[in-house]
Design a protein around this ligand. Structure first.
Ligand SMILES: NC(=O)C1=CN([C@@H]2O[C@H](COP(=O)(O)OP(=O)(O)OC[C@H]3O[C@@H](n4cnc5c(N)ncnc54)[C@H](OP(=O)(O)O)[C@@H]3O)[C@@H](O)[C@H]2O)[C@H](O)CC1
Ligand SMILES: [K+]
Length: 307
């Protein structure tokens, strides 16, 4: 009876409206997942997924299947972990972009998104203070570039980069920041100190290559950051989230802003923060159609577009 009325409701109003209503409603995540799953399937999901009383795991599994089956919500296509890697490789190998080029634009997009989400006029200070937390891979590299651009945009970035990968590309980005007097912290401040001293946190810890349980030293880093009330802007993937299944255990970061790069990753469908942008618009048209990406147009010369 209940399910029949839910399905009738969906057929009457359409998915787009439902998705908008779901994202703005105050219902719990699991119920939202359930409604989303039912709304996107014309055929009933099998077994227990149709029971409102089903537990979170079942709902998340239903949602995962849904996304694997259709790969899309609202007509946009999302990249899973393996696809994101292949896509990346294609940009390097087929289109001959270098990592420096892509990372420079990625970091610029992140800086622009931070300034757009947290303008100095709203923060209430001339130079908002930004804590940029960098991981050991390219997501961390995006963070180093973003810190540099934020400085030139009038913000006051500081960097915490606890595990430095000894590759030239990262060494050069660090040297540039040091030369520009961007401070590198030797320790991550406590959550109350972060909340007191910073206006925004940039989460550049893990991107689309994150896998498994979080290892040291990032387990303690994430444990501190989840306690902060300072808004978090995540680069590409919220750290601690599985690239496809999101944050089923609720231990990952809960960003206020997400900057998806090239194309949104599957988990971004579960993002519930206020600002979602797409950046890195240098995706060749042929590659986009090869991956059946239905990417939104970027306004004018902007590097980011709000999703
Ligand atoms: N084309 C693009 O879209 C571009 C995206 N960019 C950015 O690059 C990242 C992906 O970068 P990648 O270097 O492949 O990977 P990550 O930065 O996500 O992470 C790799 C490191 O993370 C460590 N890792 C992985 N899982 C764990 C874990 N469970 N616990 C602790 N550490 C983990 C991993 O460590 P290993 O010990 O396994 O080596 C790696 O060191 C993408 O998301 C974008 O942000 C490019 O900037 C531009 C092109
Ligand atoms: K991240």
């Amino acid at each position: 009876m209940f399910l029949a009325s839910v399905r009738n409701y969906f057929s009457l109003t359409g998915r787009r409206l439902i998705a908008r209503r779901l994202s703005s409603s105050r219902i719990g995540t699991s119920f939202r997942l359930f409604l989303l799953a039912v709304s996107c399937h014309s055929q009933p999901l099998s077994g227990t997924t149709l029971r409102v009383s089903a537990n979170n795991r079942t709902l998340i599994e239903a949602h995962r299947r849904l996304m694997t089956d259709s790969g899309s919500e609202r007509g946009r296509r999302y990249l899973g972990q393996e696809e994101a890697r292949e896509f990346d490789n294609s940009l390097f190998n087929d289109y001959k972009f270098s990592i420096d080029q892509l990372m420079e634009v990625a970091g610029l997009c992140v800086a622009q998104a931070v300034v757009r989400s947290y303008p100095a006029s709203e923060v209430g200070v001339a130079s908002p203070r930004v804590l940029v937390v960098c991981g050991p891979g390219n997501n961390g590299g995006d963070g180093l570039v973003a810190a540099r651009h934020l400085l030139f945009m009038g913000y006051d970035p500081e960097i915490y980069y606890p595990k430095r990968t000894p590759k030239d590309i990262y060494k050069i980005l660090v040297a540039q920041c040091e030369k520009l007097n961007v401070r590198f912290l030797t320790e991550l401040p406590s959550a109350p100190d972060i909340d007191r001293d910073y206006h925004v946190i940039v989460d550049a810890i893990f991107g689309f290559s994150f896998k498994g349980a979080v290892r040291s030293p990032f387990d303690t880093v994430l444990a501190t950051l989840v306690q902060c009330s300072t808004p978090i802007a995540s680069v590409d993937v919220p750290s601690g989230w599985d690239v496809e299944n999101g944050d089923p255990n609720g231990t990952g970061l809960k960003p206020d802003t997400l900057v998806s790069l090239t194309a949104p990753k599957t988990c971004s469908q579960l993002f519930t923060g206020r600002h979602h942008y797409l950046g890195l618009r240098m995706v060749p048209r042929e590659l986009a159609s090869q991956y059946k990406l239905d990417l939104p147009p970027y306004p004018g010369t902007d590097q980011i577009v709000r999703l």
